[in-house]
Design a protein around this ligand. Sequence first.
Ligand SMILES: Nc1nc2c(c(=O)[nH]1)N[C@H]1C(S)=C(S)[C@@H](COP(=O)(O)OP(=O)(O)OC[C@H]3O[C@@H](n4cnc5c(=O)[nH]c(N)nc54)[C@H](O)[C@@H]3O)O[C@H]1N2
Ligand SMILES: Nc1nc2c(c(=O)[nH]1)N[C@H]1C(S)=C(S)[C@@H](COP(=O)(O)OP(=O)(O)OC[C@H]3O[C@@H](n4cnc5c(=O)[nH]c(N)nc54)[C@H](O)[C@@H]3O)O[C@H]1N2
Ligand SMILES: [Mo]
Length: 561
Amino acid sequence: MDDVAKEAKAFFIIGSNTTEQHPVFGTTIRRAVKYRGAKLVVADPRKIDITEIATLHLRQRPGTDIALLNGLMYIILEKGWENKSFIDERTENFDEFKATVMDYPPEKVSQITNVPVDQLYEAAEIIASNNPTAVLWAMGITQHIVGVRNVMDLANLQMLLGNMGKAGGGVNPLRGQNNVQGACDMGGLPNVFPAYQPVTSPDVIEKFAKAWGLRTKDEFILHPSSFILSDKIGLTVTEMMPGILEGKIKSLYILGEDPVMSDPDTKHIRHCLESIDFLLLQEIFPSETAAYADVLLPGISFAEKTGTFTNTERRVQMVRKAIPRQGDARDDWWITAEIAKRVLFHLSSFEENEKKEERRKIDESAPWAKWDYKDTSAIMDEINALTPSYGGITHARLEAGERLQWPCPTTDHPGTPILHTKQFTRGKGKFMPIDHVPPAEKPDDDFPMVMSTGRVLYHWHGGQMTRRAQGLMQVYGESLVEVNPDDAVKLGLNGKSKVRITSRRGSIEAQAWVTDRVPPGMVYANFHFPESSANELTHASLDPVAKIPEYKITAVKVELV
Ligand SMILES: Nc1nc2c(c(=O)[nH]1)N[C@H]1C(S)=C(S)[C@@H](COP(=O)(O)OP(=O)(O)OC[C@H]3O[C@@H](n4cnc5c(=O)[nH]c(N)nc54)[C@H](O)[C@@H]3O)O[C@H]1N2
Ligand SMILES: Nc1nc2c(c(=O)[nH]1)N[C@H]1C(S)=C(S)[C@@H](COP(=O)(O)OP(=O)(O)OC[C@H]3O[C@@H](n4cnc5c(=O)[nH]c(N)nc54)[C@H](O)[C@@H]3O)O[C@H]1N2
Ligand SMILES: [Mo]
């Protein structure tokens, strides 16, 4: 973030409400534009706050980013602005990619995106002539059925311009939650263990089975009743929910998520959660999802914890317990480890049933003994041993004030602020030919408008935490739906009246905010309030690779209440 803020000559922000949703980084970008004269191109259907200081704001139709990007790259190639030496030395598959881009002349792109041709030329010139340009994006790019393709096309753009692997350039996804990067790094994904080590690799399986007191498939033949570490790729969150109805999922252990508020198509989610055999929820508040839980376990908040968060730039940061924990609440890691111990105990020792109680107490070689962590520093030791990219990131170094970004394999390694400086992970960067695909839901006569969803500055997702903060509720106490003034006139909306928004799945009522932040034909709603959550309306059309839902585009009908 430092190098982007200090050294980018231009920013291309596409699909990120940077000042409202990433306020700290947003402020550094605002400063770079105001005081250092960095150029800023924003591509966003909405007139978000940061467009006030933008050199140029492109207002593409939602879901047309690939066409837009291909159009910009067409112009870059037409003008000869591409970085030829970077393309030759660092990339492959350029010709195939170029053939696809040549299908996107400006006039055609303008028709698909609704962005005027002269703005396409202006944007391409700003992005190509300021070297380096940093590309920044967030959910406006990823929450689409083409989320992965959108991201690949942004990588195409930055390779075309030679903006990869240098200070002030790069592809910069702004990660949302404080520790979503850390959760992924630690294997909170269905196909990998920590540090993205594949669950399908026998060597990797053996390493983790040993460390966690489990068995591999081969050992299983000798000890048929033992617990084996599976080498099967699991399900994503968005596959688990429908998986309940398909009988694939019998029980769920949810920690720190509130799917009744945050998953698409709430009615369907409620039905799934009603159908599950057993739901264990670990929370700090009785959330909307708590109503469906068989057991609710009290975790503790960030302020009561010591450990690390890994932020959007792969920097591992120490957090320290600031207040004592309340009541029976316990550290989340402690609860998880206690459950793991009991599960292991149950599963791995049928053969010695009678000795069970005894072993539980005394035998340190028992599998569950591996789960007896003293504190989070002991967990970090295990991470150092099993997670190569975190090998040198210790609590001691962080406490001594070191600023460490992974990969940091050893304790004398300084960390890696910028990736891909000499080569990409796979060697050469591969240009991908990417074609425009229209969104899953198209407006029709019954549902003629498009609803986009996201957040507001004052609230956090399902609002369990922010709706409990009096000060925030005074500023933003109920959901507001952004409606364009032209549409307001058509609807007969006067001042701050209520609208009903209906999709093929459900209906909500909320106060309208008449504003040109949204273009005509589009409304914008949030999912912060249960009584008017946008997710009653959204649908679970998924990106085929990442399995992320298309939260950003729902066909709706808007009426006056
Ligand atoms: N105050 C606050 N801050 C937060 C959060 C919060 O709940 N509250 N949540 C955090 C989390 S987990 C996340 S993931 C981030 C999300 O951060 P962002 O992704 O920056 O926020 P969103 O509100 O999802 O909006 C993304 C932007 O995409 C635009 N958009 C919509 N459709 C399209 C499209 O088709 N193409 C393009 N290019 N843009 C489109 C929207 O107009 C919006 O400006 O925010 C984080 N920060
Ligand atoms: N329509 C629409 N839906 C969306 C999105 C969108 O843009 N549009 N964005 C999506 C995105 S990017 C995200 S990240 C998700 C977020 O979806 P969720 O993660 O489900 O939303 P949160 O409200 O952040 O839920 C976190 C829960 O964890 C609890 N919690 C907080 N701290 C702790 C803790 O330390 N321990 C435990 N055990 N619990 C804790 C809180 O009380 C809260 O209920 O929403 C997604 N849903
Ligand atoms: Mo997120």
